[in-house]
Ligand binder design. Structure first.
Ligand code: ADP
Ligand code: ADP
Length: 237
């Protein structure tokens, strides 16, 4: 379970970007964070993987406060937190399979000879994940040849190969058309449930959040203005 208590952050004195953020998420749940630009959505995600230091509060992942982790603990914790990006962050000239393996041990593979560094088990697992995201037949194609939606599905497989407890998605569908967005959202939701992990996605598209997310967190001016199941959003709006 992921539990955030009284999280607060200011980048500049007297200008809070986040104030008293509280939420709990159980495994298997897909949570959308929605709110206007500048509301604080990205700041929440960056706090969750400790890319920025928040000022106060607790972030408990299965009871362990990630804010008090030392450097080596943090490295271990980060492996339990996968990331998916708006612009995919793939290595375009490498193959789909190589990009998925990259998620496993980014530090193991550097430039040439990516494949030789992985065991047969690791390759088999990468291929299984590509099957799950419907990209088996693209395994040996370069990422540069894929559509946006296909690239994001590679991003999902790359995040999952690490066996994370949590996946953080920063605007995962902002670069996609509606049809691809639907495919990616449904795929994320189904995989999260199947693997019993937590997924938190910053989204601009309220309709898609309502359609696919189990829980919606609404943020405005750094404050939580909504935290409930998607169905309740209409009454609140
Ligand atoms: P998004 O809307 O996707 O969250 P923004 O356009 O708000 O992104 O921010 C883009 C980048 O600029 C981010 O890295 C963010 O941290 C940084 N940024 C945003 N606002 C400020 C600011 N007032 N001062 C310095 N950096 C900022
Ligand atoms: P969102 O993701 O909802 O667009 P952000 O979390 O990026 O919002 O930003 C929340 C607030 O913090 C905004 O007022 C933004 O300008 C400010 N901010 C974000 N990043 C920085 C930064 N690196 N330095 C200073 N201010 C920032």
């Amino acid at each position: 379970m992921l539990e955030v208590k009284h999280l607060a952050k200011s980048y500049q004195k007297d200008k809070p970007a986040l104030t008293d953020i509280n939420f709990k998420i159980d495994p298997g749940n897909f949570v959308a964070i929605i709110g206007p630009s500048g509301a604080g959505k990205t700041t929440i995600l960056r706090s969750l993987n400790q890319l920025i230091k928040d000022d106060a509060g607790e972030i408990l992942l299965d009871g362990e406060d990630i804010r008090s982790a030392n450097k080596s603990e943090l490295r271990k914790l980060r492996r339990q937190i996968g990331m998916i990006f708006q612009n995919y962050n793939l290595v375009e000239r490498l193959t789909v399979l190589e990009n998925v393996l990259h998620g496993r041990l980014g530090y193991k593979s550097t430039l040439a000879g990516v494949m030789g560094r992985y065991t047969e088990d690791e390759k088999r697992e990468a291929l299984d994940l590509l099957d799950k995201v419907g990209l088996s037949e693209f395994a040996l194609q370069r990422c540069s040849e894929l559509s946006g939606g296909q690239k994001q599905r590679v991003g999902i497989a790359r995040a999952l190969i690490q066996h994370p407890k949590v996946i953080l998605c920063d605007e995962p569908i902002a670069s996609l058309d509606l049809a691809s967005s639907q495919v990616v959202m449904k795929m994320l939701k189904d995989l999260i449930q199947e693997l019993n992990i937590i997924c938190i996605a910053n989204l601009h598209q309220i309709d898609l959040a309502k359609e696919h997310a189990d829980q919606i967190i609404g943020i405005r001016h750094g404050k939580m203005v909504f935290n409930d199941v998607a169905d309740k959003l209409d009454q609140a709006a």
